[in-house]
Ligand binder design. Structure first.
Ligand SMILES: NC(=O)c1ccc[n+]([C@@H]2O[C@H](COP(=O)([O-])OP(=O)(O)OC[C@H]3O[C@@H](n4cnc5c(N)ncnc54)[C@H](OP(=O)(O)O)[C@@H]3O)[C@@H](O)[C@H]2O)c1
Length: 413
């Protein structure tokens, strides 16, 4: 396994860690430093940019309600005796999850043939729970349907210990995705079907997958609000929505999390979405936090994508653009080497350092990579290292869009 900070620390990660919550106003976390924390453990990277870089705290209007100025918001859940102590973060509306989640999509689509059979994927999911991951990401459309079934079956025995997020908003007929559909009746239908496939009584977090221009967002929020009233859904989320849409939805039904692509080479949420979330107290869940694998260094210009690998259709992943973008990943790799970490761990640690209410969901179908990715929470980046990484994409340049034209038209609305 290509790493130095590994599973040994991963089990510790989430399981050990330094418990700090300087947010006196937060009812979820008390001051929880654990006496048993070994002094030699690396400092957990949970720090706000303000804390890390010692810059002036954001004005009140920009401050996340769960963040003290320059403070950190980190906790280890010591309440559940039967589980490993977990290193957690809090999204909006008090939803507490492990600081790193697991993206499950790749187990059913997007990255070509699986490295193992269905049983092996169940093992990956359960192995994630074993090391303290409690946040799992799926969607009706992944497969379609079979990903929810897989996640539901794998996590049924540990249902009470996990938060399962799923998504609605697609029109699906005969297994084919035909477009968007966020009409209230479709939302209700998807909720019922997802409840059944996931084998749960309540959907923990129900995201709109893409904003549907044919349905006012207020109607979508209202429909999810009714499902919350009915006890079928606990939390409302949005994916790839604009700041204006987030604000309008939140006014009808408080939003817990927004999920959009965000990573060292995809910075779209920074100018408008992240400040809006900070102001409204909504959590952020970066998808494709490893740049669909590119930011781990495991994809190069000579990589051949197999049938069913979505990267074959993405401009950023043409052989020419991969070659041009290699300088970016090489730079991250050099920093990783100097810190005895892996390239992917640096990419995740950078995301974790942006805000304490950011929870990346790297996707993998391999148990050892689940552990490697989870251990990114143990990597501390200095102010200089963060500043260097912040400026990297602009300095080196990123060639190619993150989606093809069709999919680009569906984001940011
Ligand atoms: N809301 C949305 O519209 C949306 C869109 C896309 C994704 N998502 C969600 O976000 C999750 C994550 O995004 P993603 O899977 O697209 O991208 P990602 O997490 O950035 O990257 C996944 C890729 O990286 C590889 N990988 C993972 N860990 C690695 C490691 N430590 N070393 C080397 N390679 C590694 C995986 O391969 P292996 O599987 O072979 O390890 C896979 O090819 C998805 O699973 C899905 O749940 C949501």
């Amino acid at each position: 396994m290509n790493k130095k900070i590994t599973a040994a620390t991963a089990a510790g990660l989430m399981a050990s860690a330094i418990a700090r919550c300087s947010n006196a106003g937060c009812s979820n976390h008390g001051p929880t430093a654990r006496d048993s924390t070994p002094a030699t453990l690396p400092v957990v990277v949970e720090r706000t940019r303000a804390a890390t870089m010692e810059i002036t705290p954001a004005p009140d209007s920009n401050r996340h309600p769960h963040t003290t100025p320059g403070g950190v918001h980190t906790a280890v859940n010591t309440n559940r005796k039967e589980e490993p102590n977990m290193h957690t973060r809090t999204l909006g509306q008090g939803l507490q999850v492990s600081a790193i989640g697991l993206g499950c999509m790749g187990m059913s689509m997007g990255y070509g043939p699986n490295p193992g059979d269905r049983q092996a994927m169940m093992g990956v999911l359960r192995g994630a729970v074993d090391i303290g991951i409690t946040f799992f990401d799926t969607a009706e459309v992944y497969g379609p349907f079979v990903n929810e079934e897989l996640v539901g079956e794998a996590l049924a025995p540990v249902r009470e210990r996990v938060v399962i997020a799923t998504k609605f908003g697609m029109k699906i007929d005969n297994g084919k995705v035909l477009g968007l559909d966020s009409t209230p009746e479709r939302i209700r239908q998807v909720a019922d079907e997802s409840l059944r496939r996931l084998r749960v009584d309540t959907l923990d977090l129900f995201y709109q997958h893409r904003v549907d221009p044919n349905v006012p967002i207020e109607d979508v929020a209202g429909a999810v609000g009714e499902l919350i009233q009915a006890g079928k859904v606990r939390h409302f989320g949005l994916s790839e929505a604009s700041a204006a849409t987030i604000r309008a939805a939140h006014a009808v039904q408080p939003v817990t999390a927004v999920q959009s692509e965000y990573s060292l080479w995809t910075r779209d949420p920074e100018p408008e979405v992240l400040p809006t979330l900070a102001e409204l107290g909504i959590g952020f869940v970066p998808f494709s936090p490893l740049g669909k694998g590119f930011l781990t260094g495991s994809v190069t210009s000579s990589t051949t994508f197999s049938d069913g690998d979505v990267r074959a259709t993405i401009p950023r992943f043409t052989a020419e653009n991969r070659a041009a973008n290699q300088a970016l990943v090489d730079h991250i790799g050099n920093l990783a080497t100097s810190k005895q970490a892996t390239t992917g761990q640096i990419a995740l640690a950078w995301l974790l350092a942006q805000q304490p209410w950011i929870v990346p969901i790297p996707g993998t179908r391999r148990r050892e990579r689940v552990e490697e990715n989870a251990a990114s929470t143990t990597i501390a980046l200095s102010a200089d290292e963060l500043a260097d990484l912040d400026a990297l994409a602009a300095r080196v340049g990123v060639q190619g869009d993150r989606y093809n034209e069709h999919h680009m038209a569906l984001v940011g609305r």
